[in-house]
Design a protein around this ligand. Structure first.
Ligand code: URP
Ligand code: ZN
Ligand code: ZN
Length: 458
């Protein structure tokens, strides 16, 4: 099967040129100008960008959390991802206390099998570290689950103590895995939450007011310090606060391998959203919380100057009806998380590239190439080059869309950006050479996505 993508502007993290791309079966075969090759399918990309498929390394599909389950499963979630120009996701399997890592991995593989429409990998959330599970970490790394998420927050649910975190870091120094850290001081936050509730402060905004930026900065600093002592890289997930970014920047200035991602919600939304009336603030209850608007500029600068290396979504959707509503009279019972898997590329293109905050190459780097490198997918994914997987997005930089729950494809009854207009939209998507989105229409097949066996750090 040959697909010829003609007359587009090919953009990678380093290049931008007019060209044609020939895809043969699952891979990119030839890149050139005016390719005169017979193909089974020709896609006209005139006036469009031809981008490596987006890679979202932080999603929570079909995840039990906060007494309910995230609203997108692997079918609806990866379908929405494809609509938005994302062709690989790395989701999180969860090891609950007393369970093996292998059991968790098998459970999440079953959730994805027969459903995913684009390729998927897994990080492993570890909640129970002991001699046996430490040994299992090595096996998982060999099997392509090469990263582990640990929590410094959510005491009694996910949180690990510093000794366990340190042991896990030491283990990855040997086995080539990577620790991803949810960096918020869970103990401090818990005290603030209990105090707020005792004072009758139950509205959604208290979710943010009980999770101060300094609690994120402290944990970020501690996580980096523990990794420094262990002599391993560390990756901070969903960084939201300027104060936390200072910790990453300081570490990187000292030459430490500290990496971090932020998410569109922290670039485009702010604490003010929690003040929306009628329990509207619940839409934005996520951890870490949205910050003051001033943090946005600092995050954009971090993205431009490489103190932040990736933009993921932390897609973890819960409907307002029956899910967010669980916390109507107690903000601490609102399931944490928000939808974003479909809107990332357009939001970042519009607010980043068009607004002059990051270059077009940096946009590709942050949404695809750099996450591929950090998480062992490059050069199979994250670029357009002969031999790489034909995960390709034909992106129209001039098409304006209005973001709305009524037209987007995520399985959730609201959108945090409802009514926002963005310019820059996904037209056509190939996933390993298969057409998944054709001129804005879904033509993919559930189950055609494959498990991504990722490489470890060498
Ligand atoms: O609020 C969030 N972020 N929900 C998803 C779980 C997590 O901590 O990433
Ligand atoms: Zn987290
Ligand atoms: Zn998350």
């Amino acid at each position: 099967m040959r697909t010829l993508i003609k007359s587009g502007t090919v953009v990678t993290a380093t290049d931008q040129y007019k060209g044609d791309v020939l895809v043969e079966d699952e891979r990119v075969a030839v890149i050139g100008t005016s390719l005169d090759i017979v193909a089974d399918r020709v896609i006209d990309a005139t006036a469009k960008y031809v981008l490596p498929g987006g890679i979202d390394v932080h999603t929570h599909l079909d995840m039990p959390f906060g007494g309910t389950t995230s609203a997108d499963d692997f079918e609806s979630g990866t379908r929405a991802a494809a609509f938005g120009g994302t062709t690989s996701v790395v989701d999180f399997a969860i090891q609950y206390r007393g369970q093996t890592l292998h059991h968790a991995w098998e459970t999440w593989m079953k959730k994805a099998e027969g459903k995913a429409v684009v390729d998927y990998g897994f990080h492993m959330i570890m909640t129970d570290l002991n001699d046996r599970t430490e040994g299992e970490m090595d096996a998982l790394v060999r099997q392509g689950v090469t990263s582990f998420k640990l929590f410094m927050a959510y005491p009694g649910v996910f949180m690990l103590d510093d000794a366990s975190i340190f042991k896990a870091l030491l283990r990855t120094a040997k086995n080539g895995g990577t620790i991803c850290m949810h960096a918020e001081n869970g103990g401090v936050i818990d005290v603030l939450v209990q105090r707020a509730l005792a004072e009758g402060k139950t509205a959604p905004r208290y979710h943010a007011l009980t999770r101060p930026a300094r609690a994120e900065a402290e944990a970020t600093h501690r996580a980096i310090a523990l990794a420094e002592i262990a002599g391993v890289p560390i990756y901070i997930v969903h960084l939201s606060a300027a104060e936390a970014l200072e910790m990453v920047a300081e570490a990187r200035d000292r030459g430490l391998p500290a990496f971090a991602e932020t998410c569109p919600q922290y670039l485009f939304l702010s604490y003010d959203n929690y003040e929306e009336p009628d329990f509207g603030g619940a839409k934005y209850v996520m951890s870490p919380p949205l910050r003051e608007q001033a943090a946005q500029d600092r995050l954009w600068r971090g993205l431009a100057f490489d103190d932040l290396q990736a933009i993921s979504t932390d897609h973890c959707p819960f409907c307002m009806k029956e899910q967010k509503e669980l916390g109507r009279s107690d903000f601490s019972k609102i399931p944490n998380g928000a939808p974003g898997i479909e809107t990332r590329m357009s939001l970042v293109y519009d607010g980043g590239v068009r607004a002059g905050r990051i270059s077009l190459n940096r946009f590709v780097e942050l949404t695809s190439t750099s996450p591929a490198r950090i998480f062992g997918l490059f050069p199979r994914k994250g670029t357009i080059a002969p031999g790489s997987d034909a995960d390709i997005v034909v992106f129209d930089p001039n098409r304006t869309i209005t973001l709305s729950a009524s037209t987007l494809h995520m399985n959730v009854d609201y959108n945090p950006y409802e009514g926002r207009q963005v310019t820059g939209a996904t037209d056509t998507v190939l996933s390993r050479g298969r057409l998944v989105i054709d001129g804005g229409k879904f033509v993919g097949r559930p189950g055609s996505g494959s498990f991504l066996k990722r490489a470890s750090r060498s």
